[in-house]
Design a binder for this molecule. Structure first.
Ligand code: XBP
Ligand code: MG
Length: 264
């Protein structure tokens, strides 16, 4: 199970990263703020640094030269990450429903857990150590923006996670909350469960393996549904997704070459 972080494990964006960006703007004398809808539009750009650059391209108050905008984005992003860590340490970000339970179920079933995120490592470490304590080292692979600089929707983070886990794409499942995250996992053939987050609640997610409002709520997939996402639901969803892919892709590896994976 390869987990996205922001929006999937916790609702980090509106009350975490966005608030920290605004505090950094104020502290550094940057004359603008990001309100909730503005940040929602900017979230289509993955990566906090890239988000800053994209926003400045359309702002009259932003520095004129690309070099100056780059410099400003670097210092805002650095300060934002410090402030984000403070928000997390103060208990400002909670784990989403069902995440801890499903991770524990995976661990009991000896299903490896991994992380594939476009977020910088310090933010991932701040969040996971706060949510999971010392147990956050339970992940067999953690791929962050620092490891995979080409960000989602590029599949680089997922490719590196598969390499570190030493498994094939069809033997993994991803858990994501955003269209860019789904596109990244799908691009290398990983079946993806969508757990809707507040900023992507209106998206439709064509091509996902399954979808739910959160992991403790009803989950549906191509040929079934369950009251919540547990290991049994994941296995059935994964099989349905593999079967649907095989019927669309005649050249897919035959069943005899399929190594049994975590979800069937
Ligand atoms: C997460 C991101 C990140 C976070 C902020 O996307 O796009 O940019 O918003 O973190 P995903 P950084 O959930 O798809 O991985 O400031 O460290 O980039
Ligand atoms: Mg996300």
């Amino acid at each position: 199970m390869i987990w996205d972080v922001d929006g999937t494990i916790a609702e980090t964006e509106r009350d975490g990263h966005r608030v920290a960006f605004n505090q950094a703007f104020t502290g550094l004398g940057v004359p603008w703020q990001w309100d909730v809808p503005t940040y929602g539009r900017l979230l289509r750009v993955t990566g906090g640094f890239e988000r800053l650059i994209r926003d400045m391209e359309g702002r009259a108050q932003a520095p004129a030269s690309a070099a100056e905008r780059n410099r400003l984005a670097r210092s805002v992003h650095r300060r934002k990450n410090q402030l984000y860590a403070e928000i997390v340490a103060a208990g400002g970000i909670c784990i989403r429903p069902g995440v801890q339970r499903l991770m524990d179920e995976c661990a009991s079933a000896r299903i490896a857990l991994a992380i594939a995120t476009t977020t910088s490592r310090p933010n991932v470490e701040a969040l996971l150590s706060n949510l999971f304590g010392t147990g956050w080292q339970r992940f067999a692979a953690i791929v962050c923006a620092d490891d995979a600089p080409i960000k989602k929707p590029d599949p680089m983070a997922y490719r590196f996670a598969l390499e570190r886990l030493d498994i094939a794409a069809r033997d993994a499942m991803a858990v994501e909350d955003s269209p860019n995250g789904l596109a990244a996992a799908r691009a290398i053939g990983i079946g993806t469960l969508i757990t809707r987050s507040e900023y992507f609640v209106a998206d439709t997610f064509p091509g996902c393996a399954g979808i739910c409002d959160d992991l403790d709520s009803a989950v549906t997939w191509r040929s079934g549904s369950a009251a919540r996402t547990d290991i049994a639901a994941l296995r059935r969803m994964h099989v349905a997704w593999i079967n649907a892919r095989s019927s669309r892709t005649p050249s897919a590896p035959s069943r005899s070459r399929h190594r049994p994976g975590p979800c069937g």
